[in-house]
Design a protein around this ligand. Structure first.
Ligand code: FAD
Ligand code: NAD
Length: 469
């Protein structure tokens, strides 16, 4: 039986980071992969969806170009949209070429890996031994039990990308990031879109003062948002919806399921290694990303913590030091940002205002509306806001923005928060005029305005100036 310092199960963002990191440090590494290298993000997640979103955005902007003095006419070419998406996958996928990993010294095993024992992994009929093992097998769409759903050819993020033609009408179950990002893109290509969300608000993990900006933008683009609503049955193209106790029916071309994820654990035979899972099937890990079996780690979507590519990569790096060298590096999500690529974009860092009030109590909230920021006024992108939440001393607890480009220009707040800066420090950094990033400085200026120009200080300054003259 071949022996390895590290066996990595799954070749997505988490697994590839762990395998490449460990091999670069000289460890003997085996990478067992069932799907193509690159995982969900490359093939059915971030990369194709962001390409789709970008095409949809160009179409949307060209429709509004008359406002800026240019008039376009034309029909979106869905086939070309798909081609562009495949090109993006192909170009970005070069980083994940199996030969790159072979050159790093990683042994590749293609197939579903499963545990034969706590150190033994079987792939097809071959068994290998790992001193340490990392599980990074990702997740798949969760499919709810809805009468009739299994009788129709429903869409998920996996098969939607293979559509030859755009549907005329689409009903999306779930108003999370997947539902919202696809809803807006398809609406911009001309599809009639309805989103059915069981909760009182779409994008429920976001700051509730910011979400209405996205909801209004979607509604302006004729997307029907049904909150407090569930699909009670599907009968061919007729979908029955229960909303606030009232039943209604709609006829749609296709139904799209986007109600969350389910971890890929079924084929792993975790019981053979004694690995514990939570009620939802995700693999339980401690702060060091160890499962209850200390030499086995779990990173990325499969541990059910924060299902993002950048988290999977971050966790992949942590396990390299913990698994190979026995270090005790903790995964720390306090400064984890994420972005929902709606238009306007939603940026999220740390606590929302509601969470901060509930957990910290005494907080300060500094906000700027986009119609107060020159660059957004120039670009006619005035609907949105930026909010930074601090403790009483000015240390950043959370930052949220709903604005075009928020995912890019808010990153400086992540740096400030992670390195223990106060909000006021962001005000001392010179920002070029007129940029969107300048909005961050405007929010931070509010902190100084509050401290310097209210209360006693102005009185003292006036007295001092009188005396100084
Ligand atoms: C539509 C969509 C859009 C998204 N957009 C974003 C975004 O913009 N930004 C962002 O940060 N995140 C985004 N995500 C989330 C992101 O794609 C995931 O968080 C990320 O891919 C998780 O990486 P992973 O390594 O945990 O798993 P995966 O990338 O899923 O990789 C796991 C791999 O393991 C393989 N596997 C499964 N079982 C076995 C087994 N038994 N043996 C061997 N291999 C196995 C699978 O085939 C897969 O290739 C998006 C997700 C979706 C669905
Ligand atoms: N931009 C990004 O970074 C990005 C984009 C897409 C996905 N993702 C990741 O993928 C994960 C999964 O996304 P998602 O949108 O599928 O899941 P999600 O869990 O974030 O949202 C699912 C939504 O569906 C609703 N829902 C659940 N069951 C329902 C039902 N029966 N009827 C109606 N509504 C129902 C939930 O209330 C929730 O609002 C996300 O948590 C995110 O981490 C990230």
């Amino acid at each position: 039986m071949k022996k390895y310092d590290l066996i990595v199960l799954g070749g997505g963002a988490g697994g590839l980071t762990a395998a490449a990191g460990a091999a670069s440090l000289g460890a003997a590494v085996a990478l067992v992969y069932a799907g193509p290298l690159g995982g969900d993000c490359l093939w059915t997640g971030c990369v194709p969806t962001k390409s789709l979103i970008h095409s949809a955005e160009i179409i949307h902007q060209s429709r509004g170009a008359a406002e800026f003095g240019l008039d376009f006419t034309g029909v979106p070419n869905f086939e070309q949209v798909q081609t562009r998406m495949q090109e993006a996958i192909e170009q970005i996928g070069r980083h994940d070429d199996p030969n790159r990993f072979r050159q790093l010294g990683v042994d590749l095993y293609q197939g579903f890996g499963s545990f034969m024992g706590p150190h033994e992994i079987t792939i097809n009929s071959e068994t290998i031994y790992g001193k340490r093992i990392v599980i990074s097998t990702g997740s798949r769409p969760f499919i709810p039990q809805i009468p009739g759903l299994d009788q129709v050819d429903y869409l998920t993020n996996e098969n939607v990308l293979q559509l030859d033609e755009r549907p005329h009408s689409l009903l999306i179950i779930g108003g999370g990031p997947i539902g919202v990002e696809f809803a807006q893109s398809f609406a911009r290509f001309g599809t009639e879109v309805t989103v059915v969300e069981q909760g009182p608000m779409i994008l429920s993990k976001e700051d509730d003062e910011l979400v209405p900006f996205v909801a209004r933008a979607l509604e302006r683009e004729n997307i029907r948002l049904m909150t407090n609503a569930v699909v009670s049955s599907v009968n061919d193209s007729r979908v029955t919806i229960m909303q606030n106790g009232q039943e209604s029916q709609v006829s749609v071309d296709r139904v799209f399921v986007a109600v969350g994820r389910e971890p890929n654990t079924k084929r792993l035979h975790l019981e053979n290694a004694g690995i514990r899972t939570a009620a939802n099937g995700s693999i339980e890990v401690n702060d060091y990303l160890q499962t209850n079996v200390p030499h086995i780690y779990a990173v990325g979507d499969v541990n059910g913590r924060y299902p993002f590519t950048h988290t999977a990569g971050y966790e992949g790096k942590i396990v390299v030091s913990n698994a190979l060298f026995g270090w005790k590096r903790k995964a720390n999500y306090q400064h984890l940002p994420w972005v929902t690529y709606s238009d306007p974009e939603l940026f999220h860092l740390g606590l929302t205002e509601k969470e901060a009030r509930e957990t910290i109590g005494a907080i300060r909230v500094y906000k700027v509306m986009l119609d107060e920021v020159d660059r957004f006024v120039i670009n006619r992108e005035r609907e949105g806001m930026i909010k930074i939440i601090t403790d009483r001393k000015g240390y950043i607890l959370g930052a949220h923005a709903v604005a075009d480009g928020a995912g890019e220009f808010m990153q400086e707040v992540v740096f400030a928060k992670q390195h223990g800066h106060k909000i006021g420090d962001l005000s001392h950094v010179i920002h070029p005029y007129p940029t969107k990033a300048g909005a961050v400085q405007q929010v931070a200026d509010l902190y100084w305005r509050e401290r310097l120009f209210s209360g006693q200080l102005t009185k003292w300054v006036r007295r001092y100036l009188k005396w100084f003259r």
